[in-house]
Design a protein around this ligand. Sequence first.
Ligand code: FES
Ligand code: FE2
Length: 322
Amino acid sequence: MPSLFTFGAPPPAPLPDDLSDQPDWVQANPARIERALARALGRPAGGWYAVDAVDAITRAPRAYTIAGRALILWRSAEGRLLAAPEACPHMGASLACARTRGDAVICPWHGLELGPRPHGRWRPLVAHDDGVLAWVRLEGEEAPSDAPILAPRPEGFVAGVIRMEAACEPADILANRLDPWHGAHFHPHSFARLRVLEEDEDVLRVRVAYRVVGPLAVEVDATFHCPDRRTIVMTIVGGEGVGSVVETHATPIEGGRTAVIEATLATSERRGFAVARATARLWRGMITRRAARLWVEDIAYAERRYALRRGEPVRLRTIQGG
Ligand code: FES
Ligand SMILES: [Fe+2]
């Protein structure tokens, strides 16, 4: 193992005596990962789909495809998050380039004003702004809930959100995160060490040494769990930044395409954190650059898994390591 200097608060407990010394490729048991994935995919999500960062939605409508449905999201004059079908019910013009008035959009072709009430089969959708992410609720097979099913978030945090697209299904994104054993091997630039401390039916606990620069790393304990069928959450439970979370949401687009929407909510007990919150814009950039770098690699993993699962010829992708 390369020499490593760790700093920050110490991890909460010594490593358990019975920790497996088997190599990671033996511990990463495909059948165990599949079982954890099957349990996650059986959880309710209340019909809610994460769409994007709340900051991405402004007064001007923005188009998204979610689970095969073309939608627009925009904000009312008062800043309320709104969502509706993207096609005008008159002759199908795209409302993505509509003007807005109050809570309504005005069709660019013939001026039909739509919303907030239904117009024929065109009806606004239920949207939710949780302060970090924008959500939409779709009618379908899932029993609806009033709000998205969120894991606990820290009270004060600096947040960074990334949205990337992948040629796979949401299950492949969750499966990637349910295999933490790949961390130090596949992302050596970010993780110096990663040990799985325990795993039960629904929660994985890991100790990870996260590289800051060169051999300098922060060592923390973290758990992974899936609060709903399209989300996996990492929570720091020991060491520096206890209570920080990384929420990874996998939202189906259509036909084997999935959006990865990842929100990092970083917190700290340290006094200097107040300064960090005051300079959130700076920190947000660092958080999102780091998350995006990891997801370039993890999307390659998820796409490969999807292609293998479907028995398709795999597209070879080169990932620069180190
Ligand atoms: S297509 Fe929208 S008003 Fe005619
Ligand atoms: Fe990864």
